[in-house]
Design a protein around this ligand. Structure first.
Ligand SMILES: CC(C)(COP(=O)(O)OP(=O)(O)OC[C@H]1O[C@@H](n2cnc3c(N)ncnc32)[C@H](O)[C@@H]1OP(=O)(O)O)[C@@H](O)C(=O)NCCC(=O)NCCS
Length: 392
C-alpha cells in the first residue's frame, strides 16, 4: 500500500528538534527523508544526553524514518554533491540561524537556480525578517518571548517554562502544515516557494487562549487558574493526582458521580466564579471522594459519566500506558545496531497510510549508499572524499 507522502523527497539540513520533529512526522507519512549532517559529529543530539556509547535517545526520538549522510558544506565538493541532491528533492528544510545558508553559499536563490520549483522550508527563532530576526533561539527562549513562561508562572512567583516542546516540536508541526500546503500549491501552480515558521510566532499561535484577555480587556488571564482542577488521590503519593474539569455543568455531573446530589442546589458553589473564590472548599469536597480512590479509578468513573478529566500520569507511566500501546503511540523499533528499543509512535493515524517506525540512522550510515546510487560516486572517489574530510 502506498503511503500518503510516498514519492515526496525531503533534503533535511535541520538539527536538534524543531526541524527534525517536522521531517520525522513527514517520514512517518511516507516521505523519503535524507538528513544531511556536518562532518564534525553531526546533529549534537547524537551525543547530548547519551545514556550509552550509542546515539542518544535525544537523537533517536526525533530521527526515525530517515536516512543519514554527511557532507562538509564548507568544501566545494560537499556543496557540489548537495547541489545534486537538491535537484533530486522536492523540499529543502533547515533550521540554522539566520545567514548560515547564505554564508555556506546554499541560500534560496542558489536552491532555486538548481531546482526552480523547490520548496524551501526555513525555521528560525524569530523569523527571517523583523527586529529580532538576527537572534538565535531554542525552546525556552521561544517560550519566554511568546508569552508562555509569564502566563505559566504563578501570580506570586517567577515566570516558569513548560516541559513539552511547545517551541521546538510546536514549530515542527506548524512547518509540516506549511510544507504540505506548499506541495499542494505546487501541484496546482507548478511553482515552488519559500515557507517559513518562526519559533516565537509558533508559540504566539499556541497561546491564543491566554491572549483572549489581553486582546479583549487588556488584562492578563488570571481567571483560568482559579478554579482548582487537580486533586489528590489514594494512596496519597507524590504522583497520585487526577485532573477534573469542574467548570459549568460538569460540576453537577461530577457531584452526581461522587454521590453528592445534596450539593446540587448549594448556592455557595453555584458558579465557576464562586467555586474559584472558594477554591479550598471545592478541593476539600472533591478530595473527600478522590482520596478514597486511585487516580485511575477516579478518572475512569468520572470519564465514563461524561466528566472531562484525566489521571495525572508521570512520564514513566505514559510509556507503560496500555491505552497508548493499543494506539501504537509506544512502539518497539527493530534496530540491528543499537538493539531494539521503545519509541514514540505517530500521533497521526491514517487508514491508508499506516506507520511503521523504523530505526533512526547511525551517523553517516547512508553516505556511501546515497552517493553511489544517486550521484554515481565511485569507490575510489569515496575514499578520496573521506580522506579529505568531505564525508565521514
Ligand atoms: C539552534 C541554534 C541556536 C544553534 O546555533 P549554532 O550552534 O550557533 O548554529 P548556527 O545555526 O548558528 O550555525 C551552524 C554552523 O554550522 C555550520 N554547518 C552546519 N552544517 C554544516 C555542514 N554540513 N557542513 C559544514 N558546516 C556546517 C554552519 O555553516 C554554521 O557555521 P558558521 O557559523 O561558521 O556559518 C541556531 O541554529 C538557531 O537559532 N536556529 C534557528 C532556531 C532553531 O531551530 N532553534 C533550535 C530549535 S531545536
Amino acid at each position: 500500500m502506498d503511503k500518503a507522502l510516498e514519492g515526496v523527497k525531503i533534503l533535511d539540513l535541520s538539527r536538534v528538534q524543531a526541524g527534525p520533529s517536522c521531517t520525522q512526522l513527514l517520514g512517518f507519512l511516507g516521505a523519503d527523508v535524507i538528513k544531511v549532517e556536518d562532518t564534525g559529529g553531526g546533529d549534537r543530539t547524537r551525543w547530548e544526553m547519551a545514556h550509552n556509547e550509542h546515539d542518544s535517545v535525544y537523537f533517536t526520538i526525533f530521527n526515525n524514518n530517515k536516512r543519514a549522510i554527511t557532507l562538509n558544506l564548507k568544501d566545494d565538493r560537499g556543496r557540489a554533491m548537495l547541489a545534486d541532491l537538491v535537484k533530486w528533492a522536492d523540499i529543502v528544510l533547515e533550521n540554522y540561524s539566520k545567514g548560515v545558508m547564505e554564508r555556506l553559499g546554499i541560500g534560496y536563490e542558489w536552491l532555486k537556480s538548481l531546482k526552480p520549483d523547490i520548496i524551501y522550508a526555513s525555521i528560525k527563532g524569530f523569523g527571517n525578517w523583523g527586529d529580532w530576526s538576527e537572534f538565535k533561539s531554542f525552546e525556552t527562549a521561544a517560550q519566554a518571548t511568546g508569552g508562555l513562561m509569564s502566563a505559566n508562572g504563578s501570580p506570586d512567583g517567577p515566570p516558569k517554562g513548560v516541559s513539552i516542546g511547545a517551541g521546538d516540536s510546536g514549530t515542527g508541526l506548524h512547518m509540516a502544515i506549511a510544507v504540505l500546503a506548499a506541495l499542494r500549491q505546487r501541484d496546482k501552480s507548478g511553482e515552488g516557494q519559500m515557507v517559513e515558521v518562526s519559533m516565537q510566532d509558533g508559540i504566539t499561535n499556541l497561546m491564543r487562549i491566554s491572549l483572549i484577555k489581553p486582546l479583549s480587556v487588556g488584562e492578563v488571564n488570571t481567571a483560568w487558574g482559579r478554579v482548582p482542577n487537580v486533586f489528590r488521590c489514594a494512596p496519597g503519593g507524590d504522583d497520585d493526582y487526577v485532573m477534573i474539569h469542574t467548570r459549568g455543568d460538569l460540576w453537577i455531573t461530577a457531584l452526581a458521580v461522587m454521590g453528592k446530589e445534596a450539593m446540587f442546589e448549594d448556592e455557595r458553589y453555584m458558579t465557576d466564579e464562586l467555586r474559584g473564590e472558594r477554591a479550598d472548599e471545592v478541593r476539600e469536597i472533591i478530595e473527600e471522594w478522590t482520596m478514597q480512590r486511585t487516580k485511575y479509578e477516579a478518572f475512569e468513573a468520572l470519564a465514563a459519566a461524561g466528566v472531562w478529566c484525566g489521571a495525572v500520569l508521570t512520564p514513566v507511566e505514559v510509556i507503560n500506558n496500555e491505552h497508548l500501546k493499543q494506539r501504537e503511540m509506544i512502539v518497539t523499533v527493530k534496530d540491528d545496531y543499537r538493539g531494539d528499543y521503545r519509541m514514540i509512535g505517530s500521533p497521526v493515524k491514517m487508514e491508508k497510510s499506516p506507520v511503521t517506525v523504523t530505526q533512526a540512522p547511525r551517523y553517516s550510515e547512508h553516505t556511501d549508499e546515497i552517493l553511489k546510487s544517486m550521484l554515481g560516486v565511485s569507490e575510489d572517489e569515496l575514499v578520496e572524499l573521506r580522506s579529505d574530510g568531505v564525508i565521514i
